[in-house]
Design a protein around this ligand. Structure first.
Ligand code: SF4
Length: 773
């Protein structure tokens, strides 16, 4: 099957390609932030909006989940990508009924994601009737009746899937999962299924909680920070300030990545003159340019070396007290690593032993170590064993539950962690479900529901007929674009709760609705007065977010309003949950959260504290591991995976450009990687290009190969990518998502977490039949 590019991508054949940058942020970061703001919002609105971003009395950044500092906040407590996210939301551009009257859905489907996103904020609910060519305006009551009617007409509630993107507030997420479970299903796929599900699975098993164990303050006092499979310069830019502060206090930083990302090398902090005008701070003391998927082998090798040095000088490397009193499984782990095969390690990592020994020595000498990771680790078939292996090394040094040390999965979307805390999960524990029933007097199902990949499979197989999404751009975020699109088109009903136009509005079911909502930046006035919402960041801090701008249209509802409106249409006014009251006063929702969600006691009072409050985390707070099998930290022995690639093939990872956030494409430049005005590019090591007989500038198709596909479809093709000679690790290529999602097979997923393997796809590059150069 072939994935053709949309119509306005033609300039991608001839992009402006320059040397990758060796540093991040600085003056260009400030200039781009302001420029995008002024383009979308005008100067006055830019100034008014950005001054509230990430401030205590303002609104939480709709970008990533990086935490704000406790106590004092700077005037500009945001990064370039946060400013871009706000500019996109607070734009003055509008998509109203006249836009939908002018553009047919077929015409819109031929546009790129970037073009769709740039049209502006959707102002009215719209409905696409069966067989119609255009969306038409619809009033809210009719919209809710259409959806409720379709849902009631299903043979079973399990024929519906209810997706959540990670921007949804805690209040909306809590009510949404309550509505879905009251309806009778646990089909609650979310974006976390595609990103940190592997972290949750591995950490819950080894430490008893599927979250990280460090605070922002820990990062600044660590003496070794290892950043693995993560590109903070683009994906969590304010993390660079924390790394700079740690560096200033004497920390060593190790970067492990297949690409030499600018943000890992040097940071020019735009918040101070030295950063703006000077050379900035060199961040990484060591850079291990690892092969894709080689991180498990790396951490096994580090563990092996630490154990060997402990044997040579007992009591100097392994934290015996921690291991003996607070963990289990150490003997089996140590025994397993004794037989490590260094030849396999070197093949898996592409690193030589001396490089690994240098970094292992840093682990041995550090008293306070933090390991951070993101999608570079979580999106492989062996992601869960990889994270277990990271945990093994951290545990053997006793680097958990003490200041300046711990495990740090860095979350992507701004409230993805909060949504999970609020019950957005297809398999919430019995305790949570029982508490919901007791609190509201409703019956909720116990059968686990569908995750993201499971929901697409069920749509493909005709078992899910209705799809409802709060936020996000499901079609673009999910793997195997052609399969996902066909699955979506097979539904009888698709509903998208959105702020802006995206691909999931033009790839739709028989009946489709777009329900437009207020954004984080906007005032939320309800019957009970002006409301705020709450969110949880990547380090478990829960705090308020209050928008101040006038909403983009008087037709918009809040996400809470949409959930309550639909629930009333679905269940009627006699339902035990007082939906209408909850919609008018979010304090009432928070009172229920306080009684149902563990750790949220006295929620209304604590979120009103200036910096909110931190959710309990037993490993971090008290070195306890309640929730594991025997309430101890768990060492694991994991068979080593070496990703083998046939001759003439490459391992491909999908990644973001610097001008996008998740599926939102802000612009067509990837400044740090030196690429301008293009998205259909594939980055390949120059020596690999020579070996493949290709030159920089060639136009190729990406042909994904997966012989194990249970559907028998071995190949997937994404057409016409421009080859860019780039210093990636040997044998490893990279291309942007969502364009390259077309070659990620739906059924190729991580063991245990079911996360798509978007960071290790075997591809061949075929000179394109549509070569325009
Ligand atoms: S680091 Fe993340 S949360 Fe902070 S301003 Fe940037 S995008 Fe927003």
């Amino acid at each position: 099957m072939t994935r053709k590019p949309p119509v306005d991508d033609v300039n991608d054949d001839n992009p402006d390609v320059r040397e990758p940058k060796r540093w991040a942020a600085g003056i260009p970061g400030v200039a781009v932030s302001l420029n995008r703001g002024v383009q979308q919002m005008g100067a006055a609105r830019t100034a008014r909006t950005l001054r509230l971003l990430n401030q205590r009395e303002g609104f939480d950044c709709p970008g990533c989940a990086w935490p704000e500092p406790q106590g004092h906040r700077k005037l500009a407590e945001f990064c370039e990508n946060g400013a871009k996210a706000v500019a996109e939301e607070a734009t003055r551009r509008r998509v109203g009924p006249e836009f939908f009257a002018e553009h047919s859905v077929a015409e819109l489907a031929g546009r790129t994601d970037h073009w769709l996103g740039q049209q502006g904020r959707i102002t009215h609910p719209v409905l696409l009737r069966p067989g119609a060519t255009h969306y038409e305006p619809v009033d809210w009551a009719t919209a809710f009746e259409v959806i409720a009617g379709k849902l009631r007409g299903l043979s079973t509630p399990d024929e519906a899937a209810f997706y959540t993107s990670g921007r949804t507030s805690n209040e909306a997420a809590f009510l949404y999962q309550l509505m879905v479970r009251s309806f009778g299903t646990n089909n609650l796929p979310d974006c976390s299924n595609m990103c940190h599900e592997s972290s949750g699975a591995a950490l819950a098993e080894t430490t008893g909680i599927g979250k990280g164990s460090v605070t922002l303050a820990d990062l600044t006092i660590a003496d070794l920070i290892v950043v693995v499979g993560q590109n903070p310069g683009t994906n969590h830019p304010r993390m660079l300030s924390a790394l700079e502060e740690a560096k200033g206090a004497g920390a060593k930083i190790v970067a492990v990545n297949p690409l030499p990302e600018a943000g890992l090398l040097r940071f020019k902090n735009p918040q101070n003159a030295r950063g703006l005008l000077g050379r900035g701070t060199e961040l990484a003391d060591e850079f291990l340019q690892i092969r894709l998927g080689g991180d498990q082998a790396l951490f096994q090798a580090i563990g092996h070396l630490l154990l060997a040095w402990e044997d040579e000088a007992p009591g100097t490397v392994v934290d015996r007290d921690f291991v003996d009193t607070r963990s289990e499984g150490f003997a089996e782990y140590a025994e397993h690593l004794r037989g490590l095969d260094w030849a396999r390690v070197e093949r898996a990592t592409g690193l030589d032993r001396a490089e690994i020994e240098g970094v292992a020595r840093m682990f041995a000498e550090s008293e306070r170590t933090i390991v951070c990771w993101a999608m570079g680790i979580t999106q492989h078939k062996h992601s869960v064993p990889t994270i277990r292996e990271i945990a093994n090394v951290v545990l053997l040094r006793g680097m958990i539950g003490k200041p300046g040390a711990g495990l740090c999965p860095v979350r992507g979307h701004s409230n993805v962690q909060g949504d999970r805390t609020m019950g957005i999960w297809e398999k919430m524990p019995e305790k949570f479900l029982a508490a919901l029933e007791e609190e509201f007097g409703v019956d909720v199902p116990r059968e686990p529901g569908l995750d993201t990949v499971g929901a697409i499979r069920a749509m493909r197989g005709g078992k899910v007929r209705a799809f409802f999404a709060v936020g996000g751009n499901f079609v673009a975020a999910a793997p195997d674009t052609e399969v996902t699109e066909a699955a979506m088109r097979s539904c009888e009903l698709t509903v998208q709760v959105s702020t802006k136009l995206n691909r999931s509005h033009v790839v739709h079911g028989e009946t489709a609705l777009i329900l437009p909502v207020r954004g984080r930046t906007e005032r939320d006035l309800q019957a009970g007065g002006e409301q705020f919402v709450t969110v949880e960041d990547s380090m478990s801090v829960v705090h308020r977010s209050r928008g101040r701008l006038e909403p983009a249209s008087d037709q918009l509802l809040s996400e809470v309003g949409v959930v309550c409106g639909l629930a009333l249409a679905l269940f009627g006014p006699e339902h035990p949950v007082p939906w209408a009251e909850l919609a008018g006063d979010y304090d009432l929702i928070r009172e229920h959260i306080a009684r149902v969600v563990p750790g949220c006691e006295d929620y209304n009072a604590r979120v009103r504290l200036p910096d909110g409050f931190v959710l309990p985390n037993a490993p971090r707070d008290s070195r306890e591991f309640t929730g594991t099998r025997d309430d101890k930290a768990v060492f694991t022995a994991n068979p080593l995976t070496v990703l083998e690639v046939p001759e003439g093939r490459l391992l491909l990872q999908t990644l973001r450009s610097h001008d996008q956030y998740n599926t939102t494409i802000y612009g067509l430049d990837d400044r740090y990687r030196g690429i301008k005005d293009a998205r259909r590019v594939v980055l390949v090591n120059p020596d690999d290009l020579t070996g493949l007989g290709l030159a920089d500038g060639a136009i190729v198709d990406l042909v994904g190969e997966w012989p194990d596909d249970p559907t028998g479809r071995v190949e997937r093709r994404a057409e016409r990518f421009r080859v860019v000679s780039y210093p990636t690790a040997r044998g490893c290529a990279a291309a942007y998502f969502p364009e390259a999602n077309a070659v990620v097979p739906l059924d190729s997923t991580a063991d245990q977490s079911n996360t798509p393997t978007s960071k290790s796809i075997v591809v061949r590059l075929e000179v394109s039949a549509h070569n325009h150069v």
